[in-house]
Write a protein that binds this ligand. Structure first.
Ligand SMILES: [Zn+2]
Length: 247
């Protein structure tokens, strides 16, 4: 392929801009804010899961408390009924009287046990409710924090995008001056060679792979007319001759 040496030099400018665009894309993806947003979002999700668990516990305990309430109420009612009978003076049989008194005593103990259990449920409920409140507050904090970090990230992204947009415009203009065939070859090599498709031959060194050319290759390259597009034998990249190529 033959390309005017001046045009070949433009390929190095395109390469420079492509590397710049690669670096900008890398910087965009690896901003600390990007990882931070992800980690806070993960924390937010974790808190959300914990909140659901805590809310379920609260719901369970509320039902338990209602049941305990009903149990206590039932014992109270029964005790009141027994007491009423005792107070009415209608129970004449000593045996029945004793049985009723024993039942009232038993109901007293039962009530006391149930009330203790209810108290314990209420304590657990209070604790669980406290956890729900704490998790809700923490979630609000992470929500706020994620918004702040997202804003920082977006501001940095906007700067990078602006810079990339300018580089892309420059690149498009330069690429427009290159023959399609040369550009296609460059793109193909670039895709398979770590982002570098064309490099300057400077002081007998390929700047693409940083290898010094052996004298035989220097001789071979020197034998080509300036417009011949050459490639480094070693790395297969397009080698562009510059004023200090050392040929
Ligand atoms: Zn090379």
């Amino acid at each position: 392929m033959n390309v005017d040496p001046e045009v070949q030099l433009r390929l190095l400018d395109v390469q420079k801009l492509d590397l710049k665009l690669d670096q900008l894309a890398h910087r965009r993806a690896t901003l600390p804010e990007v990882a931070e947003v992800q980690s806070i979002a993960a924390e937010h999700t974790r808190l959300g899961d914990a909140l659901v668990v805590a809310q379920t516990t609260v719901g369970d305990l509320e039902r338990e408390q209602k049941r305990a309430d009903a149990d206590v109420e039932q014992v109270r009612t029964r005790k009141a009924r027994d007491q009423k009978r005792l107070d009415s003076g209608q129970v004449s049989s000593p045996k029945e009287l004793e049985s009723l008194q024993r039942e009232v005593e038993s109901l007293n103990r039962r009530q006391s046990e149930l009330e203790d259990a209810e108290l314990e449920i209420m304590e657990r409920l209070e604790q669980a409710q406290g956890e729900v409140d704490a998790l809700t507050a923490q979630r609000q904090t992470t929500e706020q924090r994620v918004r702040e970090v997202q804003q920082n990230r977006d501001a940095k992204w906007a700067e990078i995008d602006q810079e990339a947009e300018e580089a892309r415009a420059q690149r498009a203009e330069l690429a427009g001056q290159l023959p399609d065939e040369l550009l296609a070859l460059y793109e193909k090599i670039r895709a398979s060679s770590g982002g570098i498709g064309a490099a300057a031959l400077r002081r007998r060194m390929c700047e693409g792979c940083q290898m010094q050319l052996d004298p035989a290759e220097v001789k071979r390259i020197a034998s080509f007319a300036p417009e011949v597009v050459i490639r480094h034998d070693e790395c297969r990249r397009i080698l562009v001759r510059v004023p200090d190529s050392g040929l």
